[in-house]
Write a protein that binds this ligand. Structure first.
Ligand SMILES: C[S@@+](CC[C@H](N)C(=O)[O-])C[C@H]1O[C@@H](n2cnc3c(N)ncnc32)[C@H](O)[C@@H]1O
Length: 302
């Protein structure tokens, strides 16, 4: 399947690119967002992070003619350390296009898709040891219910978890789909959609990584630097929205008179998230649930 870069124009325009700026693409994938930035730069540099070897190779190949591009094989959680190793301590902007690349979903062997039978894997980083197999076959009932309810917002979390425990070991994605089919045969979307999302989030600690990374980005962003973040489900979006809200407001305890209000670290570029256009939605169904939020770092006056 063709790989589209979601909200490409909007997320790159939001960066308000400086022609000699230093930018980070935290989720390199096929390299679409990095390429768009590189094409707009005259000098400067783009550092692209990914933890998936296939993504890194694809992007490196696509971007091999750009001398001002560096691919970094790492979880973006380590952005500060990895950039510091390269002598970079301040950047002009970050684009983050969370989630998975279509090639990860399409590669049956990765176990991300409920449409293909494969080992229960779901690791974005192929060097990680914990897989979906470990969670499905070794988590307690309570842990499974938590994962399905919290990360999948799955109404049938309890019966599905109970059945998994009864039938395990489960070996493949289709073993799991057989169970979700038992309870969700009336479901409008695929019976396993939420359970697979939940497991993927758990295997890769996606929400924890995002929560830990956002404050780190603030520390390396230059004043007027931009965070341009695309999310694909409400759990991720809630984390970004909450982070942006917290850091763009000034919290003063009641009763304390203030003449000059302090400047918050961030300001929002838009009050509401930016959504894909009708044209993009009709061309790429994956963009359906995408939301772009943008915030700009304020110069804090002393
Ligand atoms: C939606 S794709 C990015 C597509 C890319 N923007 C493009 O235009 O081709 C998301 C990519 O981010 C990577 N990724 C997700 N979470 C990551 C993390 N915590 N650290 C590093 N890479 C991550 C995935 O491996 C995947 O390749």
């Amino acid at each position: 399947m063709k790989h589209y870069s979601v909200l490409l124009k909007e997320s790159i325009e939001a960066l308000n690119l400086k022609e000699n700026g230093i930018y980070v693409d935290a989720t390199l994938g096929g390299g679409g967002h990095s390429e768009a930035i590189l094409l707009a730069l005259r000098g400067g540099h783009v550092y692209g992070f990914d933890q998936d070897q296939y993504a890194l190779n694809t992007a490196k190949n696509r971007l091999k003619f750009f001398k001002n591009f560096t691919a970094i094989d790492s979880n973006f959680e380590f952005i500060v350390e990895k950039l510091s190793e390269l002598g970079v301590d301040k950047i002009d902007g970050v684009v983050m296009d969370l989630g998975m690349s279509s090639f990860q979903i399409d590669d049956a062997s990765r176990g991300f898709s409920y449409m293909r039978d494969a080992q229960l894997d779901m690791r974005m980083n192929q060097n990680q040891t914990k897989t979906a197999y470990d969670i499905v076959n070794h988590a307690t009932y309570e842990e499974l219910v938590y994962i399905f309810e919290v990360y999948g917002e799955e109404d049938f979390a309890k019966p599905i978890a109970k059945k998994i425990i009864e039938l395990r070991p489960l070996k493949t994605t289709f073993d799991l789909v057989k169970i979700t089919d038992m309870y969700k045969y009336m479901s409008k979307s695929h019976s396993a959609k939420q359970v697979f999302q939940a497991l993927r989030i758990a295997v890769n600690d996606e929400l924890g990584v995002l929560e830990r990374t956002l404050p780190k980005l603030l520390t390396i962003l230059k004043p007027e630097g931009v965070l341009s973040i695309i999310t694909f489900h409400s759990l991720e979006d809630r984390i970004v929205k909450h982070f942006f809200k917290t850091y763009s407001e000034v919290h003063i305890p009641k009763g304390i008179p203030m003449i000059n209000l302090p400047t918050p670290p961030l300001r929002l570029a838009n009050r509401k998230p930016i959504l894909p256009s009708e044209a993009e939605l009709s061309e790429n169904s994956r963009s359906n649930s995408a939301k772009l939020r943008v915030a700009i770092k304020n110069e804090v006056k002393r």
